[in-house]
Each structure stands twice: as structure tokens, then as C-alpha cells.
Design a protein around this ligand. Structure first.
Ligand code: 3AM
Length: 175
């Protein structure tokens, strides 16, 4: 029988008030760029996409990630971008805080060390707002969204006919 696996990634997840604000920003982008807005409850900033993890390795992964220590930081989402290769419109920051880059690098190094490397390209902090965007020109952000990040989470992605559903597996506070 095939071994059970979980499709996992590590992310920053906004609280409800911030998700409302980001969903509004997605609405503003949608007017110019078209496509499909991410559902409010699915908005997140991916730090590392690990992919299929054998279920019996989950305790090891949780223990490893739980050992990481990182300071709190603030992310200012103050620009929009479009990637032609996957047709997404995303919110990003002109100057990513070093603590954010360090956290993503630490997570990626640690998971790779136990044979669970992140897949995909090098880390570029971004929050996907629209998928299947039809216009490539993104408007300026009228009012930056300021995010005081206090925790990071391990999330399971469950693929369904209507898109991915996300379930929090664990979370860790920043210092
Ligand atoms: O955070 P964004 O929206 O850029 O596209 C997926 C999403 O990216 C990406 O992981 C994030 C959380 O689902 N993703 C999905 N499958 C992937 C893969 N095989 C992947 N990234 C890299 N490799």
C-alpha cells in the first residue's frame, strides 16, 4: 500500500483584520488586472513549499521547526507585481525586512538538512492576491498594508476541485 503523505508548506498567515485589508487590496488589483481573487481565508505569504511529506516524518519535521528561533518583524506590503509564468498578481514589499529573509533561509536550510528541501524558485517574499490575471499592468498601492508578524505556521494544502484548502498543522511564535 502507498505510504500516506501530507502536502505541506511553511507560511506567514494574516489574522482576520489584516486578511480583510488584504482582500480589499486584492479587490483594487482585480479592477485593473482581472483574474480570480484568492479567498480571504486563503491569503498567506509562503516561506517554503516543502510538498509531499511522508506522514511518519511529520513528528521529526515539527521537532526541527520548533527549534528555530527568530525575532518579530514588520512587513510593509507596499507594491503589486505580476508574474507572467504563473499569471499571478501579488503584493510585495520594496524592502523586505532582513528578519523575514533570515527566517525563510533558516527554514529552508533546516528542512533540506533532513531531506525535505523546499521546491520552487529562490525565495521572493510575496502574497498572491489574484490568480489567472488577464492584465499585466499592476496599479500602485494607495495605502501600504502594515503587518506586524508575530508567528509563522506549518500548513497542509489539500487539493480539491475548487482549489486548494489550507489547514493549519502547527504554529510557532516569533520572539
Ligand atoms: O504562495 P504562492 O501563492 O506563490 O503556488 C503555491 C503557493 O504559492 C505553491 O506553494 C504555495 C502554497 O500552496 N506551490 C504549490 N505547489 C508547488 C510546488 N510543487 C508550489 N511551490 C513550489 N513547488
Amino acid at each position: 500500500m502507498a505510504e500516506e503523505s501530507r502536502r505541506l508548506f511553511v507560511a506567514l498567515w494574516p489574522g482576520p483584520a489584516l486578511a480583510d485589508r488584504l482582500h480589499d487590496l486584492a479587490g483594487e488589483a482585480h479592477r485593473d488586472c482581472g483574474g480570480r481573487r484568492m479567498r480571504r481565508e486563503t491569503l498567506h505569504l509562503t516561506l517554503a513549499f516543502i510538498g509531499a511529506v511522508p506522514a511518519d516524518r511529520l513528528p521529526e519535521l515539527l521537532a526541527l521547526l520548533g527549534q528555530l528561533r527568530a525575532p518579530r518583524f514588520q512587513v510593509q506590503l507596499n507594491s503589486l507585481g505580476y508574474w507572467p509564468h504563473n499569471h499571478i498578481v501579488w503584493a510585495g514589499c520594496a524592502e523586505p525586512p532582513p528578519a523575514l529573509l533570515q527566517l525563510a533561509a533558516d527554514i529552508r536550510r533546516q528542512t533540506a538538512a533532513i531531506g525535505l528541501p523546499a521546491s520552487g524558485p529562490a525565495f521572493v517574499p510575496h502574497m498572491t492576491l489574484l490568480r489567472k490575471a488577464t492584465a499585466t499592468c499592476t496599479p500602485p498601492v494607495a495605502e501600504p498594508v502594515v503587518w506586524d508578524v508575530v508567528e509563522w505556521v506549518l500548513v497542509e494544502s489539500c487539493l480539491t476541485p475548487h482549489g486548494a484548502d489550507y489547514h493549519r498543522v502547527a504554529g510557532w511564535a516569533l520572539d
